[in-house]
Design a protein around this ligand. Structure first.
Ligand code: ADP
Ligand code: MG
Length: 350
């Protein structure tokens, strides 16, 4: 029950605002039917919007998108005992496990994000995430308990072998978890499936991990609202996207408070404590996999080092709210973000 509540809150961190669109009338032969459907996958609400020439065409593309998300969930979810990643984790310290190109790809991309963020992003952090158990039964692990787990989080002990197509974790007890990057990857792949199925434009949103392609009928880009990290339901800023992805990591999605201190689900691999520099980080990139991996990594790096990284990277922009609530917007976004109207509220569709 608690998990559902938490996930519904998480679903509010970024949303696509499609005001007054519904099924538009056909005009000038351009695809102009907009259909949106929502289902529960990867433990979260997945909304897919397609622009097509007909209701049937749009629905076919949406079905293809959902099928792709479901396929990837079967490979990547660590909640599914016989998923590929669960089998890799079960064989830690014992043997390499053959995996599909997608699983290998996600893990290799995650290693690249780890390198780019100097280890702030770490898919082997699972044992520490479990020790905190923020999402289910939160507790404060002792420093000694956390330090004892540290050898299990060494990314050099993760071997993703492209030639053999295997993944091997070389210490028993290690676990990898792509929770910080997998939804962005799934959004990208679902978009590819929708394009193959003939959609002219659309959006795949796995709660806060969103990938857009093309434009809305009439030529509008897809407007996306970013949730205010401290005012539930309020919009922080809006930005229009075309062929871009956005992903938000925040300390307000899954957290508990004890003695006035907020403990949340994004851990700093250096301290094994919840990362303290930011309230929220939204990253815009061409691909969802980069937006999702980098939002988590930049959240850990904090506003200064995180924004410095964003400014070094091509085609990556960010909106960071630091721990004091100050807004930092990367140079390439300053002319693109806009403030909400005074009544701006988040919602599934407005
Ligand atoms: P979500 O949208 O599910 O909140 P995020 O992109 O914000 O996803 O990533 C949070 C998840 O990433 C956590 O639930 C945890 O499983 C994992 N995680 C926590 N800390 C780190 C880290 N430093 N590096 C990589 N993954 C992490
Ligand atoms: Mg992420």
């Amino acid at each position: 029950m608690d998990r559902i509540r938490i996930l519904v809150v998480a679903a509010g961190c970024v949303c696509v605002c499609l005001s007054g669109l519904g099924c538009a009338a056909r005009s000038s032969g351009a695809p102009s039917v907009v259909v949106k459907r929502t289902q529960m996958h990867m433990g979260t609400l997945v909304s897919i919007t397609a622009v097509g020439e007909s209701d049937q065409a749009a629905n076919q593309a949406i079905t293809a998108g959902f099928q792709e998300v479901k396929r990837l969930e079967q490979l990547l979810s660590t909640w599914i005992p016989d998923s590929e990643l669960s089998r890799v984790n079960a064989a830690a310290g014992a043997k390499p496990v053959p995996v599909s190109p997608d699983t290998l790809n996600v893990v290799r991309l995650a290693m690249q994000v780890a390198e780019m963020t100097e280890g702030a992003f770490n898919i082997a952090i699972g044992p520490a995430v479990d020790a905190w158990n923020v999402s289910a039964q939160p507790r404060l692990p002792t420093a000694g308990e956390l330090e004892a787990l540290r050898p299990l989080m060494n990314l050099r002990a993760v071997h993703a072998d492209v030639r053999e197509r295997t993944i091997f974790l070389d210490k028993a007890g290690m676990r990898i978890d792509v929770g910080g990057i997998g939804k962005g990857y799934a959004a990208d792949q679902a978009v590819i499936a929708m394009q193959k199925a003939g959609a002219a434009a659309g959006v795949v949103a796995l709660s806060g991990d969103i990938k857009t392609f093309g434009r809305l009928p009439g030529g509008r880009r897809f407007p996306v609202a970013i949730q205010h990290p401290r005012e539930e339901g309020a919009i922080l800023v809006l930005v229009d996207l075309q062929d871009e992805a956005i992903s938000t990591a925040g300390d307000y999605e899954r957290f508990f408070e004890k003695d006035g201190i907020r403990y949340h689900h994004i851990l700093d691999p250096a301290t094994l404590q919840p990362a303290r520099g930011c309230q929220s980080v939204s990253v815009i990139a061409k691909d969802g996999v980069w937006a999702d991996g980098l939002d988590t990594g930049i959240f850990v790096l904090g506003p200064e080092r995180g924004m410095a990284l964003v400014e070094r990277l091509d085609d990556v922009e960010a909106i960071i709210v630091d721990q004091a609530g100050r807004l930092h917007v990367s140079s390439g976004l300053r002319n693109r973000v806009r403030a909400p109207s005074s009544s701006g509220r988040m919602g599934p569709e407005r």
